[in-house]
Write a protein that binds this ligand. Structure first.
Ligand code: NAG
Ligand code: NAG
Ligand code: NAG
Length: 426
């Protein structure tokens, strides 16, 4: 029944896409139940704690590299080096070292295979599979700027949880989208089953952040209902980028300064635009109407339906190719079919549109026109989880936190308290 409603949903959305017209009422704006509090804990004779798996977002995993390059962009750059931490060692993010870093972390798109590869002579790996510490701290030197899931892990430890036993981490190569992360989904299934077995056969709780939420969704969509009922207790999503974000358009247009670093967005753009994950995180056509304007110039607008022209005009058609490769994941919006707690920040200026002064937009830096969201992800994407309440029998609770930004949600006291309360229910 639930499976069928999921299929129906996909069909409905597909039909809608074909007939969509801007004068039509948008079907996703119907009223939803507000902030359903988690049900009170039911007494259990032998409470078992649900083990937790953290699923990080874009930029939220460590990335190691090994070099054996025949050339390097600058004389200061090393050409050979044994395994070292590439993402995110803040010391490498200064000029001129950042140019070496970009050359080591960027990807190249192969239009024939529709896959990406590293710079020749660069090998990369994601360290610490299963270990929560690699997502608690993105910077292994534990520079406070690299703190990630650590406060949530500390809350769990305070409840009696133990790292590596019933707190696990599922890092992945966040540069890539689901189409190039197939092994991650295989490994994650195994990690869930193993974590379940070593914890007295207790179903796991996913705690996901940002892009980690749609990654977890893609994973859950791949599993049978029977498997999910046995192995998955719930998902707690923080600031889930369920339907992408205009920020990804901004990244392709002008790069992003990664908020906290004293680096120019333009420098980092050279690396960021090579990530297929940036293309996967472009606004979803299920939540942005074809006529929604993403960018303006004095003489024309670029609407959602004209994204291809936008990529052409910023002279980066690779972005459009990667969008095509990842769109099938965006367009499958069937529900996760597990208990879902969808928490997100709201009330913070978030880029909604790019405004160019010139008609020729290639290489230009647009002004950012802001709208509602959590500073990184637009409100309509953060709220997209509400859409499933009509299409799944699994409970969905949503909580909007005013003034809590995309990263601060990981350490906000109300969020930590919410997690404590939910996790007390076995
Ligand atoms: C590095 O690359 C060179 C040339 O491609 C190759 O001959 C050499 O064996 C490589 N070294 C290592 C340690 O892989
Ligand atoms: C598993 O069950 C045993 C015996 O009931 C108990 O001592 C142990 O704490 C449980 N372990 C976990 C991780 O819940
Ligand atoms: C561009 O979009 C804006 C905002 O939707 C609208 O006000 C304006 O009329 C549009 N301009 C053109 C040239 O289509």
């Amino acid at each position: 029944m639930r499976l069928r409603s999921g299929i129906l949903l996909v069909v409905l959305l597909t039909i809608f896409l074909e007939v969509a017209d801007c004068s039509w009422p948008w079907p996703f704006s119907r009223k939803h139940k507000q902030n359903v509090p988690p049900p009170p804990p039911t007494p259990q004779p032998e409470p078992k704690m649900s083990p937790v798996i953290f699923v990080p977002g874009d930029g939220g995993s460590q990335l190691d590299a090994r070099l054996n390059k025949s050339s390097a962009p600058y004389f200061v750059c090393e050409k050979t080096h044994d395994w070292f931490n590439l993402w995110l060692d803040l010391e490498q993010l200064v000029i001129p070292m950042v140019y070496c870093w970009i050359d080591n972390v960027k990807l190249y798109y192969d239009k024939a295979t529709r896959t990406t590869h590293n710079t020749p002579g660069v090998e990369t790996r994601i360290p610490g599979w299963g270990n929560p510490e690699v997502v608690e701290w993105i910077d292994p030197t534990r520079n406070s700027a690299g703190a990630y899931f650590k406060d949530i892990a500390n809350v769990l430890v305070g409840m009696g949880y133990e790292r590596k036993l019933n707190i696990r981490g599922a890092p992945f190569d966040f540069r890539r989208a689901p189409n190039e992360n197939k092994q991650f989904f295989i490994d994650l299934k195994q990690l869930v089953e193993e974590t379940y077995e070593v914890n007295n056969q207790s179903a796991v709780t996913f705690i996901s952040h940002s892009m980690g939420s749609p990654m977890t969704l893609v994973f859950l969509q791949q599993q049978t209902l029977e498997w999910k009922n046995k192995y998955v207790r719930r998902q707690i999503s923080l600031a889930g980028a369920w339907a992408g974000s205009v920020k990804a358009v901004k990244v392709f247009a002008m790069g992003d300064d990664l908020d906290s670093f004293a680096l120019s967005a333009k420098i980092l753009r050279a690396e960021q635009i090579t990530h297929p994950s940036s293309a996967w995180l472009l606004p979803s056509p299920l939540f942005w109407k074809p006529c929604d304007v993403l960018a303006t110039t004095p003489s024309r607008n670029y609407t959602m339906a004209q994204l291809k022209e936008f990529f052409n005009d910023i002279d980066y058609m690779t972005g459009w190719e990667m969008r095509k490769d990842t769109l099938r994941y965006t367009q499958n919006f069937s529900p996760p079919d597990v208990e879902l707690h969808c928490l997100y920040g709201d009330g913070i200026d978030t880029v909604e549109r790019l405004q160019y002064k010139k008609n020729d937009i290639a290489g230009e830096t647009p002004k950012l026109i802001m709208g509602p969201g959590d500073g990184t992800v637009n409100q309509r994407s953060l709220r997209a989880c509400k859409y499933w309440s009509g299409y799944t029998s699994s409970p969905i609770s949503t909580l909007a936190l005013q003034g809590v930004d995309h990263m601060k949600i990981l350490s906000h006291e109300d969020v930590l308290q919410y997690i404590r309360t939910v996790m007390q229910q076995p």
